[in-house]
Design a protein around this ligand. Structure first.
Ligand code: 6PG
Length: 480
């Protein structure tokens, strides 16, 4: 039984992420109350890591709450969804006005908005917080994306900023905005993570087909790429995974893994939200669908049998030039994914009145998180220079990188199509780029068709107003 409230913060839910977050807090000098539904985990944490800082273990939720200084700050780190609601329901009666409940799980931002509203009626702060970086990040310094009230951030900011990853002395943590803003930004982060991974996977596949190279040889190419503009955590671990050999068979590890990509759903949420907001995050959508497609084993088998040899033989003559083409196409497609992700955040911010600073968002992602990359500095600079930038694509640094990559991008996408190697994210990103920069889009024809079959009306390029053609009569134009 705890006698005194001494803990500055508490963590309930001590599976690997919760445990590591609690250890990170303790290692940074905070007194941390720890609790888990089955107390075994609490005991193990203290037995194994008790010497890393000051933990206050509690076996009941009531003792856990009693161990916390006021206003209490309670981190919930349980599986997103019903388990989070169950913990909140148990916690709320034990708390008092002014206390702060922090959900660090991968919650859907709509759930966070609902919970924030509900807890507000009890005078409690609910802070949906995105945490990225996996197990290691949680322990050594994650990227932290807190939502919730400014008042709650006054207490949490100094704690979170201390335990977050630091890049050149700046913490990868900023108050993102009210209620669900933090979880929204984390969701888009995961969407970009999907796109980034799909693009990397396509680049690997193209290199393998075009060069007829081994995974270990391709690992070297990624290692090299990681010293330049593409430098990022995901490129670094790609080299690692490709270089790994299966201990059982001696084959490249990547060849013994089933080619069916799974997902917990955050990529899907990103696409669903973008559809609602009308933001074309085509790269993220392609990446999400590519994972789904990979899982349709029966259809894939049937199509493989029906079309055994649908592509041309691929012969790369200049290997070095081809590798450089793929690198440039990857960089350009990756810029598209980020441009779309930031468009999405801007749209969410305006829809839900979050006032999110896009440059600061890039700061949060510079370190700690899965999509950390060298060029996030450039994103921050771009939005600092022009907060109302219409698209990241047109910011000087990115515009230059994309323009320099266009010929490579076209060659790679065309070669892939000829050879029958799927490159949906590369192709879709290039089409997005071409659509954005087109003088005229065939959307005009779509408007004409809609007017023809459904009298949906259209606007003209030369006059204000809505119009309709009397298609079935004399085809005259009338006001719509
Ligand atoms: C992170 C990751 C983490 C994660 C998700 C996505 O930021 O630390 O984004 O949240 O890897 O669980 O995983 P799926 O690929 O299973 O959807």
């Amino acid at each position: 039984m705890t006698e005194q409230a001494t803990a500055q913060i508490g963590v309930t839910g001590l599976a690997v992420m919760g445990r590591n977050l609690a250890r990170n807090l303790a290692r940074n000098g905070f007194t941390v109350a720890v609790h888990n539904r089955s107390p075994e985990r609490t005991r193990t944490l203290v037995a194994e890591h008790g010497d890393e800082g000051t933990f206050v273990p509690a076996e009941s939720l009531a003792d856990f709450v009693a161990a916390l200084e006021r206003p209490r700050a309670v981190i919930i780190m349980v599986k997103a969804g019903a388990p989070t609601d169950a913990v909140i329901d148990e916690l709320v009666p034990l708390l008092e006005a002014g206390d702060i409940v922090i959900d660090c799980g991968n919650a859907h931002f709509a759930d966070t908005r609902r919970r924030e509203e509900a807890l507000r009626t009890h005078g409690l702060h609910f802070v949906g917080t995105g945490v990225s970086g996996g197990e290691e990040g949680a322990l050594l310094g994650p990227s932290i994306m807190p939502g919730g009230s400014a008042e709650s951030y006054a207490k949490l900011g100094p704690i979170f900023e201390k335990i977050a990853a630091q890049v050149e002395g700046t913490p990868c943590c900023v108050h993102v905005g009210p209620d669900g803003a933090g979880h929204f930004v984390k969701m888009v982060h995961n969407g970009i993570e999907y796109a980034d991974m799909q693009l990397i996977a396509e680049a690997y596949d193209l290199l393998r087909a075009g060069l007829d190279a081994t995974p270990a040889e391709i690992a070297e190419i990624f290692r090299e790429w990681n010293t330049g503009e593409l430098e990022s955590f995901l490129i670094e671990i790609t080299a690692d995974v490709l270089a790994h050999t299966d201990a059982d068979t001696g084959k490249p590890f990547v060849d013994v893994v089933q080619d069916r990509a799974e997902q917990k759903g955050t990529g899907r949420w990103t696409v669903q939200s973008a559809l609602d907001l009308g933001i074309p995050i085509t790269g993220i959508a392609e990446a999400t669908f590519a994972r789904s497609l990979s899982g349709h084993a029966g259809q894939r088998e049937a199509a493989r049998r029906a079309f055994p040899d649908a592509g041309e033989k691929w012969q790369v003559s200049d290997r070095e030039a081809f590798v450089e083409d793929v690198r440039r196409a990857l960089l350009a497609s990756k810029i598209v994914a980020y441009a779309q992700g930031f468009d999405h955040i801007r749209a969410g911010s305006s829809e839900y009145d979050w006032n999110i600073d896009l440059g600061s968002t890039a700061t949060i992602w510079r370190g700690g998180c899965i999509i950390r990359a060298r060029f996030l500095d450039r994103i921050k600079q771009a939005y600092d220079q022009q907060p109302d930038l219409p698209s990241l694509l047109v910011a000087p640094y990115f515009a230059e990188a994309v323009a320099a990559g266009v010929p490579s991008w076209r060659r790679v996408v065309a070669d892939a199509a000829r050879a029958g190697v799927p490159a949906p994210a590369f192709g879709s990103s290039l089409s997005y780029f071409d659509a954005l920069r087109a003088d005229r889009l065939p959307a005009a024809l779509i408007q004409g068709l809609r007017d023809n079959f459904g009298a949906h009306t259209y606007q003209r390029v030369d006059r204000e107003g809505s119009f309709h053609i009397l298609w079935a009569a004399d085809r005259s134009e009338v006001a719509g």
